[in-house]
Write a new protein. Structure first.
Length: 446
Protein backbone atom coordinates (compact mmCIF):
# COMPACT_ATOMS: atom_id res chain seq x y z
CA UNK A 1 0.00 0.00 0.00
CA UNK A 2 1.45 3.40 -0.96
CA UNK A 3 2.12 6.16 1.58
CA UNK A 4 -0.54 8.35 -0.09
CA UNK A 5 -3.14 5.59 0.22
CA UNK A 6 -2.25 5.05 3.90
CA UNK A 7 -2.57 8.76 4.70
CA UNK A 8 -5.87 8.96 2.79
CA UNK A 9 -7.26 6.00 4.74
CA UNK A 10 -6.10 7.47 8.04
CA UNK A 11 -7.69 10.82 7.27
CA UNK A 12 -11.00 9.56 5.96
CA UNK A 13 -12.46 6.08 6.14
CA UNK A 14 -9.61 4.07 7.55
CA UNK A 15 -8.57 0.55 6.59
CA UNK A 16 -11.17 -2.05 7.56
CA UNK A 17 -8.84 -4.85 8.55
CA UNK A 18 -11.75 -6.90 9.90
CA UNK A 19 -13.52 -7.27 6.54
CA UNK A 20 -12.05 -10.72 5.89
CA UNK A 21 -12.77 -12.07 9.38
CA UNK A 22 -15.83 -14.10 10.43
CA UNK A 23 -18.78 -12.09 11.69
CA UNK A 24 -18.36 -13.49 15.22
CA UNK A 25 -14.79 -12.17 15.30
CA UNK A 26 -15.86 -8.79 13.92
CA UNK A 27 -18.49 -8.57 16.65
CA UNK A 28 -15.82 -9.29 19.24
CA UNK A 29 -13.63 -6.51 17.81
CA UNK A 30 -16.56 -4.08 17.90
CA UNK A 31 -17.29 -5.00 21.51
CA UNK A 32 -13.67 -4.34 22.47
CA UNK A 33 -13.78 -0.98 20.69
CA UNK A 34 -17.02 -0.03 22.45
CA UNK A 35 -15.41 -0.82 25.82
CA UNK A 36 -12.43 1.31 24.84
CA UNK A 37 -14.72 4.21 23.95
CA UNK A 38 -16.29 4.08 27.40
CA UNK A 39 -12.84 4.17 28.98
CA UNK A 40 -11.88 7.14 26.79
CA UNK A 41 -15.10 8.90 27.79
CA UNK A 42 -14.36 8.51 31.49
CA UNK A 43 -10.80 9.77 30.96
CA UNK A 44 -12.11 12.82 29.09
CA UNK A 45 -14.58 13.51 31.88
CA UNK A 46 -11.76 13.37 34.42
CA UNK A 47 -9.64 15.74 32.32
CA UNK A 48 -12.37 18.36 31.93
CA UNK A 49 -12.96 18.27 35.69
CA UNK A 50 -9.22 18.76 36.25
CA UNK A 51 -9.22 21.70 33.82
CA UNK A 52 -12.21 23.21 35.60
CA UNK A 53 -10.53 22.87 38.99
CA UNK A 54 -7.28 24.39 37.71
CA UNK A 55 -9.11 27.32 36.15
CA UNK A 56 -11.07 27.92 39.35
CA UNK A 57 -8.01 28.08 41.62
CA UNK A 58 -5.72 29.87 39.13
CA UNK A 59 -5.01 33.55 39.98
CA UNK A 60 -6.66 36.17 37.79
CA UNK A 61 -5.87 39.80 37.23
CA UNK A 62 -9.54 40.81 37.05
CA UNK A 63 -12.98 39.45 37.79
CA UNK A 64 -14.15 37.39 34.84
CA UNK A 65 -17.70 37.70 33.65
CA UNK A 66 -18.85 34.16 32.95
CA UNK A 67 -20.69 35.07 29.78
CA UNK A 68 -17.81 37.10 28.37
CA UNK A 69 -14.95 34.77 29.30
CA UNK A 70 -14.41 31.99 26.76
CA UNK A 71 -12.83 29.50 29.19
CA UNK A 72 -15.87 28.75 31.41
CA UNK A 73 -18.07 28.62 28.33
CA UNK A 74 -15.66 26.20 26.61
CA UNK A 75 -15.42 24.05 29.75
CA UNK A 76 -19.21 23.83 30.13
CA UNK A 77 -19.74 23.03 26.45
CA UNK A 78 -16.99 20.42 26.52
CA UNK A 79 -18.43 18.93 29.72
CA UNK A 80 -21.86 18.62 28.07
CA UNK A 81 -20.27 17.08 24.97
CA UNK A 82 -18.28 14.60 27.09
CA UNK A 83 -21.25 13.53 29.19
CA UNK A 84 -23.36 13.06 26.06
CA UNK A 85 -20.56 11.07 24.43
CA UNK A 86 -20.14 8.87 27.50
CA UNK A 87 -23.89 8.25 27.69
CA UNK A 88 -24.08 7.36 23.99
CA UNK A 89 -21.11 4.98 24.28
CA UNK A 90 -23.18 2.82 26.64
CA UNK A 91 -26.15 2.79 24.26
CA UNK A 92 -24.73 2.47 20.75
CA UNK A 93 -21.50 2.07 18.84
CA UNK A 94 -20.35 5.64 18.19
CA UNK A 95 -20.10 6.49 14.47
CA UNK A 96 -16.83 7.50 12.87
CA UNK A 97 -17.85 11.13 12.34
CA UNK A 98 -18.70 11.54 16.01
CA UNK A 99 -15.39 10.04 17.12
CA UNK A 100 -13.57 12.40 14.76
CA UNK A 101 -15.55 15.33 16.16
CA UNK A 102 -14.55 14.24 19.66
CA UNK A 103 -10.85 14.54 18.80
CA UNK A 104 -11.42 18.01 17.37
CA UNK A 105 -13.36 19.01 20.50
CA UNK A 106 -10.45 17.86 22.67
CA UNK A 107 -8.02 20.08 20.81
CA UNK A 108 -10.44 23.02 20.57
CA UNK A 109 -10.86 23.04 24.35
CA UNK A 110 -7.14 22.75 25.00
CA UNK A 111 -6.19 25.46 22.54
CA UNK A 112 -8.87 27.77 23.98
CA UNK A 113 -7.47 27.28 27.48
CA UNK A 114 -3.93 27.99 26.28
CA UNK A 115 -4.99 31.02 24.23
CA UNK A 116 -6.76 32.55 27.22
CA UNK A 117 -3.59 32.50 29.34
CA UNK A 118 -2.42 35.90 28.06
CA UNK A 119 -5.79 37.47 28.83
CA UNK A 120 -6.01 35.84 32.26
CA UNK A 121 -2.63 37.21 33.24
CA UNK A 122 -2.90 40.46 31.25
CA UNK A 123 0.09 39.72 29.03
CA UNK A 124 0.80 39.91 25.27
CA UNK A 125 -0.19 36.93 23.14
CA UNK A 126 3.30 35.29 22.98
CA UNK A 127 2.96 34.73 26.74
CA UNK A 128 0.65 31.71 26.22
CA UNK A 129 3.20 29.91 24.05
CA UNK A 130 5.14 29.13 27.24
CA UNK A 131 2.10 27.67 29.06
CA UNK A 132 2.81 24.16 30.47
CA UNK A 133 -0.78 23.24 29.57
CA UNK A 134 0.60 22.52 26.10
CA UNK A 135 1.84 19.16 27.44
CA UNK A 136 -1.79 18.01 27.66
CA UNK A 137 -1.69 17.79 23.86
CA UNK A 138 0.25 14.54 24.14
CA UNK A 139 -2.22 13.18 26.72
CA UNK A 140 -5.15 13.77 24.37
CA UNK A 141 -3.28 12.16 21.48
CA UNK A 142 -2.33 9.12 23.59
CA UNK A 143 -5.90 8.88 24.84
CA UNK A 144 -7.09 8.10 21.31
CA UNK A 145 -4.72 5.11 21.24
CA UNK A 146 -6.94 3.27 23.74
CA UNK A 147 -9.32 2.40 20.90
CA UNK A 148 -6.54 0.67 18.94
CA UNK A 149 -7.55 2.38 15.71
CA UNK A 150 -4.64 4.42 14.30
CA UNK A 151 -6.74 6.83 12.28
CA UNK A 152 -8.12 8.55 15.39
CA UNK A 153 -4.61 9.10 16.77
CA UNK A 154 -3.54 10.44 13.37
CA UNK A 155 -6.45 12.85 13.08
CA UNK A 156 -6.11 14.11 16.65
CA UNK A 157 -2.38 14.64 16.20
CA UNK A 158 -2.93 16.64 13.00
CA UNK A 159 -5.59 18.73 14.78
CA UNK A 160 -3.12 19.41 17.60
CA UNK A 161 -0.36 20.46 15.22
CA UNK A 162 -2.77 22.68 13.29
CA UNK A 163 -4.12 24.19 16.52
CA UNK A 164 -0.65 25.07 17.75
CA UNK A 165 0.12 26.55 14.35
CA UNK A 166 -2.96 28.81 14.66
CA UNK A 167 -1.85 29.92 18.14
CA UNK A 168 1.60 30.70 16.78
CA UNK A 169 0.15 32.81 13.95
CA UNK A 170 -2.07 34.69 16.41
CA UNK A 171 0.92 35.37 18.66
CA UNK A 172 2.79 36.75 15.67
CA UNK A 173 0.09 38.80 13.95
CA UNK A 174 -3.06 38.73 16.06
CA UNK A 175 -2.50 41.91 18.02
CA UNK A 176 -1.74 44.15 15.04
CA UNK A 177 1.90 44.87 15.70
CA UNK A 178 5.19 43.82 14.24
CA UNK A 179 5.85 40.13 14.85
CA UNK A 180 7.53 39.86 18.30
CA UNK A 181 10.24 37.50 17.06
CA UNK A 182 13.65 36.93 18.58
CA UNK A 183 16.57 34.64 17.91
CA UNK A 184 17.98 35.02 21.41
CA UNK A 185 17.00 32.10 23.64
CA UNK A 186 17.44 34.12 26.83
CA UNK A 187 15.13 36.87 25.53
CA UNK A 188 12.64 34.17 24.53
CA UNK A 189 12.55 32.80 28.05
CA UNK A 190 12.54 36.12 29.91
CA UNK A 191 10.40 38.28 27.63
CA UNK A 192 7.14 37.94 25.72
CA UNK A 193 8.85 37.17 22.44
CA UNK A 194 8.54 34.30 19.98
CA UNK A 195 11.38 31.94 19.11
CA UNK A 196 10.24 30.52 15.79
CA UNK A 197 12.59 27.56 15.93
CA UNK A 198 11.30 26.58 19.36
CA UNK A 199 7.66 26.74 18.29
CA UNK A 200 8.33 24.79 15.11
CA UNK A 201 10.09 22.19 17.27
CA UNK A 202 6.87 21.82 19.28
CA UNK A 203 4.83 21.28 16.11
CA UNK A 204 7.43 18.83 14.81
CA UNK A 205 7.37 16.95 18.15
CA UNK A 206 3.58 16.66 17.96
CA UNK A 207 3.78 15.27 14.43
CA UNK A 208 6.59 12.81 15.30
CA UNK A 209 4.74 11.48 18.37
CA UNK A 210 1.58 11.19 16.27
CA UNK A 211 3.42 9.30 13.55
CA UNK A 212 5.12 6.91 15.96
CA UNK A 213 1.86 6.14 17.78
CA UNK A 214 0.00 5.72 14.51
CA UNK A 215 2.39 3.20 13.03
CA UNK A 216 2.80 1.41 16.36
CA UNK A 217 -0.99 1.05 16.50
CA UNK A 218 -1.12 -0.17 12.91
CA UNK A 219 1.21 -3.01 13.87
CA UNK A 220 -0.43 -3.57 17.24
CA UNK A 221 -3.90 -3.67 15.71
CA UNK A 222 -2.90 -6.50 13.40
CA UNK A 223 -1.57 -8.41 16.41
CA UNK A 224 -4.79 -7.69 18.31
CA UNK A 225 -6.98 -8.92 15.45
CA UNK A 226 -4.88 -12.08 15.16
CA UNK A 227 -5.19 -12.70 18.90
CA UNK A 228 -8.97 -12.20 18.84
CA UNK A 229 -9.31 -14.49 15.82
CA UNK A 230 -7.25 -17.20 17.52
CA UNK A 231 -9.25 -16.85 20.74
CA UNK A 232 -12.50 -17.34 18.83
CA UNK A 233 -11.00 -20.21 16.86
CA UNK A 234 -10.16 -21.89 20.17
CA UNK A 235 -13.71 -21.25 21.37
CA UNK A 236 -15.08 -22.78 18.18
CA UNK A 237 -12.83 -25.82 18.63
CA UNK A 238 -14.25 -26.24 22.14
CA UNK A 239 -17.65 -26.83 20.56
CA UNK A 240 -16.29 -29.94 18.84
CA UNK A 241 -13.46 -30.98 21.19
CA UNK A 242 -13.01 -31.13 24.92
CA UNK A 243 -11.51 -27.88 26.27
CA UNK A 244 -8.19 -29.59 27.03
CA UNK A 245 -7.96 -30.97 23.50
CA UNK A 246 -8.97 -27.64 21.94
CA UNK A 247 -6.28 -25.89 23.96
CA UNK A 248 -3.61 -28.31 22.81
CA UNK A 249 -4.66 -27.93 19.17
CA UNK A 250 -4.65 -24.12 19.50
CA UNK A 251 -1.14 -24.22 20.97
CA UNK A 252 0.00 -26.44 18.12
CA UNK A 253 0.69 -29.35 20.47
CA UNK A 254 -1.69 -31.77 18.75
CA UNK A 255 0.77 -33.15 16.23
CA UNK A 256 3.18 -35.46 18.07
CA UNK A 257 1.61 -38.64 19.46
CA UNK A 258 1.98 -39.27 23.16
CA UNK A 259 1.97 -42.61 24.99
CA UNK A 260 0.80 -42.75 28.59
CA UNK A 261 -1.16 -44.75 31.14
CA UNK A 262 -4.74 -43.66 31.67
CA UNK A 263 -8.28 -44.90 32.26
CA UNK A 264 -11.05 -45.07 29.69
CA UNK A 265 -14.75 -44.87 30.48
CA UNK A 266 -17.42 -45.88 28.00
CA UNK A 267 -21.13 -45.17 28.54
CA UNK A 268 -23.82 -46.67 26.31
CA UNK A 269 -27.62 -46.59 26.28
CA UNK A 270 -29.13 -50.08 26.61
CA UNK A 271 -31.47 -51.23 23.81
CA UNK A 272 -31.01 -47.93 22.02
CA UNK A 273 -32.03 -49.32 18.63
CA UNK A 274 -35.39 -50.57 19.91
CA UNK A 275 -35.97 -47.36 21.82
CA UNK A 276 -35.29 -45.24 18.73
CA UNK A 277 -37.96 -47.18 16.83
CA UNK A 278 -40.62 -46.30 19.38
CA UNK A 279 -40.15 -42.53 19.46
CA UNK A 280 -40.09 -39.75 16.87
CA UNK A 281 -36.80 -38.45 15.40
CA UNK A 282 -37.29 -35.15 17.25
CA UNK A 283 -37.82 -36.97 20.54
CA UNK A 284 -34.79 -39.15 19.83
CA UNK A 285 -32.46 -36.21 19.20
CA UNK A 286 -33.85 -34.37 22.21
CA UNK A 287 -33.19 -37.42 24.39
CA UNK A 288 -29.61 -37.79 23.10
CA UNK A 289 -28.92 -34.10 23.65
CA UNK A 290 -30.16 -34.21 27.23
CA UNK A 291 -28.36 -37.50 27.88
CA UNK A 292 -25.06 -36.06 26.72
CA UNK A 293 -25.63 -32.78 28.56
CA UNK A 294 -26.11 -34.74 31.79
CA UNK A 295 -23.16 -37.08 31.36
CA UNK A 296 -20.56 -34.64 30.02
CA UNK A 297 -20.42 -32.28 33.06
CA UNK A 298 -20.02 -35.24 35.41
CA UNK A 299 -17.05 -36.49 33.42
CA UNK A 300 -15.49 -33.03 33.46
CA UNK A 301 -16.10 -32.58 37.20
CA UNK A 302 -14.09 -35.75 37.86
CA UNK A 303 -11.17 -34.57 35.73
CA UNK A 304 -12.10 -36.59 32.65
CA UNK A 305 -12.20 -35.56 29.01
CA UNK A 306 -14.87 -36.56 26.50
CA UNK A 307 -12.97 -37.95 23.53
CA UNK A 308 -15.93 -38.57 21.24
CA UNK A 309 -19.63 -39.28 21.01
CA UNK A 310 -20.61 -42.47 19.19
CA UNK A 311 -24.32 -41.99 18.74
CA UNK A 312 -25.70 -43.21 22.05
CA UNK A 313 -22.20 -43.87 23.40
CA UNK A 314 -19.77 -41.55 25.17
CA UNK A 315 -16.06 -42.34 25.27
CA UNK A 316 -14.06 -40.47 27.89
CA UNK A 317 -10.50 -40.62 29.17
CA UNK A 318 -9.04 -39.87 32.59
CA UNK A 319 -5.39 -38.83 32.63
CA UNK A 320 -4.89 -38.87 28.85
CA UNK A 321 -5.72 -35.41 27.45
CA UNK A 322 -4.36 -33.77 30.62
CA UNK A 323 -2.43 -35.01 33.66
CA UNK A 324 -4.69 -36.30 36.44
CA UNK A 325 -3.71 -37.66 39.81
CA UNK A 326 -5.72 -40.75 40.73
CA UNK A 327 -7.14 -41.20 37.24
CA UNK A 328 -8.51 -44.71 37.89
CA UNK A 329 -10.09 -43.63 41.18
CA UNK A 330 -11.67 -40.61 39.49
CA UNK A 331 -13.04 -42.80 36.69
CA UNK A 332 -14.73 -45.19 39.13
CA UNK A 333 -16.16 -42.33 41.19
CA UNK A 334 -17.48 -40.85 37.96
CA UNK A 335 -19.31 -44.14 37.31
CA UNK A 336 -21.20 -43.72 40.58
CA UNK A 337 -22.10 -40.11 39.71
CA UNK A 338 -23.35 -41.04 36.23
CA UNK A 339 -25.53 -43.93 37.41
CA UNK A 340 -27.06 -41.74 40.13
CA UNK A 341 -27.75 -39.01 37.57
CA UNK A 342 -29.35 -41.49 35.16
CA UNK A 343 -31.58 -42.80 37.96
CA UNK A 344 -32.82 -39.29 38.67
CA UNK A 345 -33.34 -38.63 34.97
CA UNK A 346 -35.32 -41.84 34.53
CA UNK A 347 -37.65 -40.80 37.34
CA UNK A 348 -38.21 -37.46 35.63
CA UNK A 349 -38.90 -39.16 32.31
CA UNK A 350 -41.38 -41.57 33.89
CA UNK A 351 -43.25 -38.73 35.57
CA UNK A 352 -43.55 -36.95 32.21
CA UNK A 353 -44.84 -40.09 30.47
CA UNK A 354 -41.58 -40.95 28.70
CA UNK A 355 -39.62 -44.16 28.70
CA UNK A 356 -36.78 -44.41 31.23
CA UNK A 357 -33.23 -44.61 29.93
CA UNK A 358 -31.04 -47.53 30.97
CA UNK A 359 -27.30 -47.39 30.52
CA UNK A 360 -24.24 -49.61 30.65
CA UNK A 361 -20.77 -48.43 31.69
CA UNK A 362 -17.32 -49.97 31.41
CA UNK A 363 -13.95 -48.73 32.68
CA UNK A 364 -10.53 -49.98 31.61
CA UNK A 365 -6.96 -48.89 32.31
CA UNK A 366 -3.69 -49.29 30.46
CA UNK A 367 -1.25 -47.78 27.98
CA UNK A 368 -2.80 -45.43 25.45
CA UNK A 369 -1.53 -43.40 22.51
CA UNK A 370 -3.16 -39.99 22.09
CA UNK A 371 -2.72 -37.74 19.06
CA UNK A 372 -4.08 -36.56 15.72
CA UNK A 373 -4.90 -39.06 12.98
CA UNK A 374 -6.50 -38.74 9.56
CA UNK A 375 -5.74 -37.54 6.06
CA UNK A 376 -7.07 -35.66 3.08
CA UNK A 377 -7.20 -32.42 5.04
CA UNK A 378 -9.37 -33.93 7.80
CA UNK A 379 -7.89 -34.84 11.16
CA UNK A 380 -9.36 -36.37 14.28
CA UNK A 381 -7.80 -35.97 17.69
CA UNK A 382 -8.26 -39.34 19.32
CA UNK A 383 -6.80 -41.99 21.59
CA UNK A 384 -5.97 -45.52 20.52
CA UNK A 385 -4.85 -48.58 22.39
CA UNK A 386 -6.12 -51.74 24.02
CA UNK A 387 -7.97 -49.97 26.88
CA UNK A 388 -10.02 -47.91 24.42
CA UNK A 389 -10.97 -50.98 22.38
CA UNK A 390 -11.59 -53.10 25.46
CA UNK A 391 -13.92 -50.60 27.14
CA UNK A 392 -16.49 -50.72 24.33
CA UNK A 393 -16.25 -54.53 24.13
CA UNK A 394 -16.60 -55.35 27.81
CA UNK A 395 -19.45 -52.84 28.17
CA UNK A 396 -21.59 -55.30 26.22
CA UNK A 397 -21.08 -57.80 29.05
CA UNK A 398 -23.37 -55.70 31.22
CA UNK A 399 -26.30 -57.18 29.34
CA UNK A 400 -25.06 -60.75 29.93
CA UNK A 401 -24.22 -60.12 33.60
CA UNK A 402 -27.39 -58.15 34.33
CA UNK A 403 -25.21 -55.28 35.56
CA UNK A 404 -24.96 -51.58 34.89
CA UNK A 405 -21.27 -50.91 35.45
CA UNK A 406 -18.19 -53.08 35.16
CA UNK A 407 -14.42 -52.63 35.01
CA UNK A 408 -11.40 -54.76 34.34
CA UNK A 409 -9.58 -55.84 37.48
CA UNK A 410 -6.47 -53.88 36.42
CA UNK A 411 -8.52 -50.70 36.86
CA UNK A 412 -9.69 -51.86 40.30
CA UNK A 413 -6.12 -52.57 41.43
CA UNK A 414 -4.91 -49.18 40.17
CA UNK A 415 -7.84 -47.37 41.82
CA UNK A 416 -7.19 -49.06 45.19
CA UNK A 417 -3.57 -47.93 45.05
CA UNK A 418 -4.91 -44.41 44.51
CA UNK A 419 -7.20 -44.64 47.56
CA UNK A 420 -10.47 -45.87 46.09
CA UNK A 421 -12.67 -47.51 48.72
CA UNK A 422 -15.70 -48.46 46.66
CA UNK A 423 -17.55 -51.77 46.88
CA UNK A 424 -17.52 -54.55 44.32
CA UNK A 425 -20.57 -56.70 43.66
CA UNK A 426 -18.67 -59.59 42.16
CA UNK A 427 -15.44 -60.52 40.37
CA UNK A 428 -15.50 -62.91 37.43
CA UNK A 429 -12.18 -64.40 36.46
CA UNK A 430 -11.08 -65.49 33.01
CA UNK A 431 -13.98 -64.08 31.01
CA UNK A 432 -13.61 -64.79 27.30
CA UNK A 433 -14.43 -61.83 25.08
CA UNK A 434 -14.75 -61.87 21.30
CA UNK A 435 -11.81 -60.32 19.42
CA UNK A 436 -9.78 -59.98 22.63
CA UNK A 437 -6.60 -61.98 23.07
CA UNK A 438 -6.84 -64.01 26.24
CA UNK A 439 -9.35 -64.03 29.08
CA UNK A 440 -10.08 -60.89 31.12
CA UNK A 441 -10.87 -60.58 34.82
CA UNK A 442 -14.03 -58.48 35.20
CA UNK A 443 -15.26 -56.69 38.31
CA UNK A 444 -18.98 -55.93 38.54
CA UNK A 445 -19.47 -52.54 40.14
CA UNK A 446 -23.26 -52.25 40.05
Amino acid sequence: MSAIRIIKDLLFLGVDETSGLPERVRDAVRQQQDKSERLIGWCQLALVLVFGALYTIAPKTHMDDFFHSPVPVALVLYLMFTVARLYMSYRVSLPDWYLGLSGLADMALLMTLIWYFHIQYAQPAPFYLKAPTMLYVFIFIALRALRFEPRYVFRTGLAAAAGWGVLLLYALYGEGMDPPVTRDYVEYLTMNLVLLGGELDKILSILIVTGLLTFALMRGRRTLLTAIAETHASAELSRFFAPEVAERISRGDAGPAEELTASVLYVDIRDFTKLSERITPAELMGMLTEYQSRVTPLIASHGGTVERFTGDGVLASFGAAKPLDGFAKQALECVEAITAEMDDWSVIRKESGQEPVRIGIAVTTGRLIIGAVGGGGKLEYTLVGEPANLAAKIEKLNKDFGSRAIADCGTIDQAKEEGWEGNLQEVRRGVEIADVNGPVDIAILQ
